[in-house]
Design a protein around this ligand. Structure first.
Ligand code: AMP
Ligand code: MN
Ligand code: MN
Ligand code: MN
Length: 274
């Protein structure tokens, strides 16, 4: 069984349309696939239509930004009812915050001599949602930076021009939205938060106490040692294990949908009861 439970379309910061991502997942041999756009479920209707045509099992997902200890973390919801009001009210709050944050970022960039940042970025974002990735693409396109990595370093983080604090909902609230919609809450890419391992364990402990169901043990960028480490944490905190490439479709991103390392056999998985 080939399973990939973390992927993006152009409804957030991916490059492909939901139908294109689903077709690609099928072509790459996936049996089970989740579309998990940032803070929106709007791509799932189109994805479902294509999944029905392609005979692929689509899991309705979403990757929600959340605050923990004043830091931003990402919590993936899997198997959510996209018509659930609590979930959609929460996502709406995040979409509104993204809009206000984008305007603030554009002002910051204006102060650094990058003019018309909002309009130029809006032209890149296909479906209205603006992420930092879109600002990064704009800055590369305008020749301000040579690649995405240098943009994030020079512009879009911390006290840099274009850097703004995240004020997403707190982690426990985000977990409760996912549960209200009947989904499983999974901590995304636990080793990508620039935290020490001790701190990640504290994060897992706090999120578990708030009802977290699982953690991504295998991601598109995991090494064998990282899989072993997170797999042990999953057991320690009694969390189910998940797997996902975090595919965005950028030319610079080397991961392929469905081409992931194996889940260690001992782990209980998020899909064990599907
Ligand atoms: P946002 O949710 O709008 O703050 O944007 C976060 C997104 O930006 C992440 O989901 C990544 O896709 C992307 N991102 C964050 N940091 C980097 C980085 N250093 N290089 C490339 N992409 C990044
Ligand atoms: Mn992203
Ligand atoms: Mn993420
Ligand atoms: Mn992601």
């Amino acid at each position: 069984m080939i399973i990939d439970l973390h992927n993006h379309s152009y409804y957030s910061d991916g490059v492909l349309s939901p139908s294109e991502v689903v077709c690609l997942a099928k072509k790459e041999g996936c049996d089970v696939f989740a579309l998990t756009d940032h803070d929106t479920t709007d791509g799932l209707m189109e994805a479902q239509q294509q999944a029905d045509e392609s005979d692929l099992k689509l899991i309705h997902g979403v990757e929600i930004s959340a605050m923990w200890s004043n830091m931003t973390v990402h919590i993936v919801g899997l198997g959510v009812d996209i018509n659930n009001e609590t979930l959609q009210m929460g996502l709406k709050q995040h979409q509104d915050f993204r809009q206000a944050r984008a305007e603030k970022m554009a002002r910051g960039l204006g102060g650094a001599g990058v003019f018309g940042a909002m309009e130029k970025t809006q032209a890149i974002a296909k479906k209205g949602m603006i992420t930092r990735t879109h600002f990064a693409q704009m800055l590369v396109k305008e020749g301000v930076c040579k690649d995405m990595k240098s943009v994030f370093k020079r512009f879009l983080t911390g006290k840099k021009p274009g850097g703004v604090g995240g004020k997403w909902a707190e982690f426990d609230e985000v977990i409760s939205w996912i549960h209200a919609a009947g989904g499983q809450a999974v901590l995304a890419h636990p080793l990508r938060y620039r935290m020490t391992n001790t701190k990640v364990k504290r994060l897992l402990s706090h999120l578990s106490a708030a009802g977290l169901d699982g953690v991504e043990v295998v991601t598109g960028s995991s090494s064998g040692d990282e899989i072993t480490l997170v797999s042990q944490w999953a057991k320690e905190f009694e969390l189910l294990s998940s797997i996902g490439s975090d595919y965005h479709g950028w030319p610079s991103q080397r991961v392929r949908i469905g081409h992931l390392q194996d889940m260690p056999k001992v782990n209980k998985t998020v899909w064990q009861d599907w």
